[in-house]
Design a protein around this ligand. Structure first.
Ligand SMILES: Cc1ncc(COP(=O)(O)O)c(C=O)c1O
Length: 378
């Protein structure tokens, strides 16, 4: 019998938002974690150029693999062979490769709850057993070494995400080193989702590769590089898994889009544009952090990175989907219900994505402030 996979609730909400927009309502999209900016101009120019000059066949860009390897040396001080970089169609297929390389049906794979909904579902799709580690305010919604130590029996694998979705919290360097040490001692393989690297407001997030060369690292052009729809990402594997990962990529997906690979290479040289986006997110984060407590949203996960604010709305509802739908209907502001990230506690959390322009955040605050103050929120 096949496994049952839950859809993203935010997609239903987003559909409703698009229907409202089609009916002429003004809608502010803060439901998905995707930059509202497009790819950097130089990446688009590179794409235009290759469209006119390239046959666009199946292709794996050696220059892009070399550039990504250089990124690990420059940004983290870690030397890797470009062959350790497997180019993928985003972080999502990188997970498929990683889980399929490391685990066999029935293996237990742990991850944080709240967490990105696909972790649970991809784990289930591979007939692996999800081990959800409930992480609350006290742990800043993040996995700790102590939590991994306490798991009995030890899981076969652990998915880490720092900065995390939906909270944006970053695991402190010492804690990350301690997690790696426990995993090494207990024989737990780590898959580290570093898709939000580059989007940090408290200093740079550490790559797990700095502490553990056997870890598999997932990354993507969807967030920092603002290229979600181009479908490009990568997986870093240790040398002994290169062949296994390449065989899976070839059989399951062949190659990522050629056009995206050309544009992605150019995007690495667009730091000024991309850092400009980070500055916008930092401003948006400050605005929301200053305004939300006055709306009664005081229990907020510390958004160290990414572009999310995860807020406890337990004083207002026990049905976050209904709450977010009402907020959308009454104000035109689309947000994501916590149930997408946490099947247990998520019914009283909501997530704001602030990967939009500062004007939009200001507009959203103007709309939701009276709603939270009045009967609307209740
Ligand atoms: C934590 C996390 N990992 C992975 C993904 C998937 O990203 P991609 O677009 O690269 O497939 C997302 C998308 O929102 C995410 O939030």
């Amino acid at each position: 019998m096949s496994v049952s996979i839950e859809p993203f609730h935010a997609i239903a909400l987003s559909r409703a938002a698009h229907r409202m927009a089609a009916e002429g309502r003004s809608v502010i999209h803060m439901e998905f974690g995707q930059p509202s900016t497009g790819a950097p101009p130089a990446a688009i120019a590179a794409a235009h150029h290759v469209l006119d000059t390239d046959g666009m066949g199946y292709w794996e860009s050696a220059p892009l693999k070399a550039r990504i390897a250089r990124h690990y040396a420059d940004s983290y001080g870690v030397e890797i062979d470009p062959e350790q970089v497997i180019l993928t169609c985003g972080a999502s297929p990188a997970f498929v490769l990683a889980l399929s390389c490391l685990f066999a049906p029935g293996d237990r794979v742990a991850f944080a709850r709240p967490g990105y909904v696909a972790y649970r579902n991809v784990v289930k799709a591979f007939y692996l057993t999800p081990v959800e580690i409930g992480c609350g305010e006290a742990e800043r919604f993040q996995i700790t070494a102590a939590a991994i130590e306490a798991l009995n029996p030890a899981p076969h694998g652990l998915i880490l995400a720092s900065p995390a979705n939906p909270t944006g919290t970053i695991i402190a360097d010492e804690e990350l080193a301690a997690i790696v040490a426990v995993c090494r001692r207990r024989g737990i393989r780590i898959v580290s989702d570093e898709i939000y690297h580059g989007l940090s407001y408290i200093g740079k997030a550490r790559s797990v590769l700095q502490d553990e060369r056997q870890a598999l690292i997932v990354n993507s052009f969807s967030k920092y590089f603002s290229m979600a729809g181009w479908r490009l990402g990568w997986l870093v594997v240790p040398p002994d898994l290169i062949d296994a990962a390449r065989a899976r990529m070839g059989n399951l997906f062949l190659t990522p889009p050629s056009l995206a690979q050309h544009a992605g290479l150019a995007a690495f040289d667009c730091r000024a544009d991309l850092e400009g986006h980070v500055q916008t997110y930092a401003r948006n984060r400050d605005l929301l952090l200053a305004a939300l407590p006055a709306l009664g949203l005081r229990r907020i996960a510390p958004p160290d990175g990414a572009f999310y604010i995860y807020a406890d709305i337990g004083h207002l509802t026990e049905d976050s989907m209904d709450f977010c739908m009402r907020l959308l209907r009454d104000t035109g502001v689309a947000t994501a219900p916590g149930v997408d990230f946490d099947p247990v506690e998520g019914r009283h959390f909501m997530r704001f994505s602030f990967a939009v322009s500062t004007d939009r955040v200001e507009d959203a605050l103007t709309r939701i402030t009276p709603w939270f103050g009045a009967a609307g929120a209740r």
